[in-house]
Write a protein that binds this ligand. Structure first.
Ligand code: AMP
Length: 369
């Protein structure tokens, strides 16, 4: 990064305003963390019922393509950040011409596309599942020959929580599976029989310092994160390797803010190894435990980083911390957790509890003995 680019980014003073693109629970928790530090937030989101609106000083409800709303938003904030990775490239470019946008939206070009992301990791020498591009029936056959079966076919863009994904089993017509994804440009990945899933949440400051939260172990149910637990059941050497990988990725992007790296732990010839599955250029669900379970939260670290403030060194509170997502109707169980000791309840204030919607979470802390 040039000094010129750094100069354009003011160190925020208390009372300054952070613009956040996206109004979901991540935006909401970012705004709450900013408020604690004396910073204001202005949320920009197209959905009327965005749950971040009600905890921020200002809100703009407008489409991401609305140039005049975006212009007014840019004029009202000191720095812009985002809580989701599918920010349209044009929106990011429009805002970047007017205000610093952090993390740098060039990161989105890589992370919005699973194939570009995997190539980026390969070029850094970071291990992933074997993969192949699928843009035609011929490439699908070539991909299967390369990565083997079973495999996972994923759309290159706009996939999340298992959406835009289908498993390719032996004895099933692969073309039919691809058709179920509307023949969209895809990536074919070898199906990984992982031992466990982990993630690293890393924060990187403007001066290039990196602070990683402790490696988190994640369990998914029906492709949606259900629980995150720390400490993860991994050796110190593997945890150090996972953190090194996350720091390496953040450094390669010249990243400012918090990013999450999701990984598989696999056993190969008796040795454990990590494979990177996905990079999320934002705060992440598997880091929610840090709000109540660590001395600094991922949300505060992100705000500190983009404000140009020093990062904190995170320390876990308690000997074990577990985060449980409340999905869909499970949010009605929130009241059950209210009476448990060492338990924090978070309800996002979203409207309808539709079946796969993340409605809240609970954090349980096992106190140090
Ligand atoms: P993703 O949308 O890529 O984060 O995938 C969502 C979840 O699907 C992951 O957290 C894994 O549980 C599972 N998954 C994704 N890719 C693979 C793979 N190549 N092999 C096995 N499981 C996978």
């Amino acid at each position: 990064m040039t000094t010129g680019a750094l100069d354009r980014k003011p160190v925020l003073k208390p009372g300054a305003t952070i613009g956040i693109l996206g109004g979901g629970q991540l935006g909401r928790m970012l705004a709450l963390a900013a408020a604690r530090l004396g910073l204001n937030c202005h949320i920009y989101a197209p959905e009327k019922d965005s749950c971040a609106f009600e905890v921020a000083r200002r809100a703009t409800c407008a489409p991401y393509e609305d140039a005049s709303a975006l212009r007014r938003f840019a004029e009202a904030v000191d720095v812009v950040t985002y809580e989701f990775e599918n920010v349209p490239a044009k929106t990011a470019a429009f805002l970047e011409r007017r205000r610093p946008v952090l993390p740098d939206p060039k990161v989105l070009e890589t992370t919005q596309d699973r194939l570009i992301e995997k190539d980026f990791l390969r070029d850094l020498g970071i291990a992933t599942a074997p993969y192949a591009p699928v843009h035609s029936a011929t490439q699908l056959a070539e991909g299967i020959a390369k990565v083997g079966l079973p495999a996972v076919l994923k759309t290159r863009r706009f996939g999340y929580d298992g959406k835009g994904q289908a498993k390719l089993e032996r004895n099933v017509d692969p073309i039919r599976t691809w058709r179920s994804l509307h023949n969209a440009p895809c990536i074919l990945e070898a199906f990984i029989a992982f031992e466990r899933e982990i993630s690293v949440i890393a924060a990187r400051s403007r001066d290039g310092r990196v602070e990683c939260f402790e490696v988190t172990e994640n369990e998914h149910r029906d492709h949606i994160l259900k629980t995150s637990t720390v400490p993860a059941r991994v050796t110190p050497a593997l945890a150090a390797e996972a953190s090194r990988i996350a720091a390496r990725i953040a450094g390669a992007f010249d990243y400012v803010g918090v990013l999450a790296v999701e990984m598989f732990v696999v056993r190969k010839a008796g040795k454990r190894q990590v494979l990177v599955n996905e990079i999320a250029p934002r705060v992440h669900n598997s880091g929610h435990w840090t709000i109540d379970g660590a001395t600094v939260s991922q949300f505060e670290q992100h705000i500190r980083a983009i404000a140009g403030w020093p990062l904190a060194r995170p320390v876990r509170l308690g000997r074990k911390v577990e985060m449980i997502n409340l999905i869909g109707e499970e949010v009605s169980e929130a009241s059950r957790y209210l009476t448990l000791p060492n338990t924090a309840v978070h309800v996002y204030g979203k409207g309808r509890a539709s079946p796969r919607r993340k409605m809240g979470h609970v954090t349980r802390i096992w106190p140090a003995r």
